[in-house]
Design a protein around this ligand. Structure first.
Ligand SMILES: [Zn+2]
Length: 463
């Protein structure tokens, strides 16, 4: 009998392999951070002597979900932006917060957000930070992701131009941003757990020079790029005014589009633009809850996927969502496409799960390491209990996950072979302490920044 670290056994294994095979009464054997065997429970029981066993009878085991777009600091402004138009929200809530947030606050909000990922079975995230009044705030957010046990990619928004009303403290010369990126990359070299990406807020928050130099830096260093793009009509309006082209046509003209670029949102799209993104290998993040929350519209994700664009699923920031619930995002992501097409058959549960696992893995350039449960891949997975009134009866575990499940049905979450959530208890962080401190920090920061001035005094929480 071969000694191993962990065995999950007696569950339905949803492998997400090339055949999308399900293994009923299956098991997954884990040594270190890697899946070393997967198959029928009886066979693995005869082969391995695990240090720890999780009996997951009556449950389904899925690959860890990949959230390809978020802003963790916005966990601290959750609940301050409802029912405001984007520009009003940015000026009243995000800007004053971004100017005043401390490293300690950024850490607490980020851990708070990472804990929610773990409780939703998400094991990987792509962070796009922009509230960084000093360099320590970068470290605080990165440390929070690492402490949480998740895999992450960290980026921080480059912005050197404004004709929209951005807070001036978010703007810096491009040299300063690229210098910060170099420092961060030296300190956090790319590995399976962490890596530093480049981010531009949107095509209209940076000068032509800054956008071209960011692209050149990415190409020279092999760094991935991300940017909000065509979330609504403003991208085309502002880029037409400056360059006489629509936003995507402008990015094409300067040679920005490529397979290392993750475009966020892409709600306002023509068929020709979809075809162009596919041809250039651009990846796209679908953030259905945020698109609905901000009234942005319905991104043509099915059309993009059919054109050959790699699609991943994102929650966006808690400021334009009010939670970071990946399980909720699965269902809403499917339903919104059906509404947009006025056709229930336009998307199925398998397609959404593919976006949330394999699509995300492809976007991170980690298709050989995450996104499915296969021998040799990282041991990132979660266990969904099929025993609550919300779920029973389950006929198909994939459809059950997408359309019936809630965060409360996620029993265990494992990332890199480490159990982060066990029987719905966070294993490695004092969750109650973090949440209590995050709550207090959010109230204090809102008072200090005035970001809560729209919240009626009558309803305000006491510090
Ligand atoms: Zn965003």
């Amino acid at each position: 009998m071969q000694p191993i670290d962990l065995l999950l056994t007696h569950g339905v294994i949803v492998t997400q392999n090339a055949e999308r095979a399900l293994i009923p009464n299956g098991a997954v054997a884990i040594a270190g951070d890697t899946i070393i065997d997967i198959g029928p429970a009886a066979e693995l029981a005869a082969r391995y002597a695990p240090a720890e066993t999780l009996d997951v009878a009556g449950s389904a085991v899925f690959p860890g979900l990949v959230n390809v777009h978020t802003h963790l600091f916005q966990t601290g402004v959750k609940g301050l932006g409802e029912d405001m138009a984007v520009q009003e929200w940015a000026v009243a809530v995000t800007a004053p917060t971004a100017a005043r947030i401390t490293a300690e606050e950024a850490y607490l909000f980020a851990v708070n957000g990472c804990l929610e990922h773990i409780r939703c079975g998400a094991t990987t995230l792509v962070e796009m930070s922009y509230a960084v009044p000093n360099f320590d705030v970068h470290h605080a957010t990165i440390r929070a992701i690492l402490d949480s046990g998740l895999r992450g990619r960290y980026s921080s928004i480059i912005s050197d131009f404004d004709d929209y009303g951005l807070p001036p403290q978010l703007l810096k010369p491009i040299d300063a941003f690229l210098d910060e990126t170099r420092r961060l990359q030296a300190q956090y070299p790319l590995d399976d757990r962490m890596g530093i990406w480049l981010a531009i807020g949107a095509p209209w928050v940076a000068t032509d020079d800054a956008i071209r130099r960011t692209r050149a830096f990415a190409t020279e260093t092999g760094t991935f790029l991300t940017m909000h793009l065509n979330e609504n009509e403003i991208d085309n309006e502002l880029i037409q005014r400056r360059h006489g082209l629509d936003a995507i046509a402008y990015l094409e003209e300067i040679g920005f589009l490529g397979p290392d670029f993750l475009a966020i949102h892409c709600v306002v799209m023509t068929p020709a633009e979809i075809e162009l993104l596919a041809r250039r290998g651009v990846k796209v993040a679908y953030n259905p809850v945020s698109n609905m929350y901000l009234g942005s519209g319905i991104a043509p994700m099915v059309q993009m996927a059919q054109a050959g664009v790699t699609v991943g699923l994102g929650v966006d920031g808690a400021g334009s969502n009010n939670s970071l619930d990946m399980i909720e995002t699965l269902k809403i992501g499917a339903l919104l496409q059906k509404v947009g097409a006025r056709n229930a058959a336009v998307i199925d549960a398998q397609m959404v799960l593919d976006w949330a696992t394999l699509g995300g893995a492809e976007i991170l350039g980690m298709r050989d390491k995450i996104g499915s449960l296969e021998v040799g891949k990282k041991a990132d997975m979660f266990v969904l209990a099929l025993n609550s009134p919300k779920i029973v009866p389950a006929h198909d575990p994939v459809a059950t996950l997408i359309y019936s499940a809630g965060e409360e049905n996620v029993m265990h979450t494992i990332a890199g072979g480490k159990i982060l959530l066990k029987d719905r208890v966070i294993q490695h962080i004092d969750e109650a302490d973090i949440l209590q401190r995050s709550q207090q920090a959010a109230l204090a920061l809102a008072d200090r920044s005035g970001a809560n001035r729209k919240v009626s005094r009558h309803w305000r929480m006491e510090r």
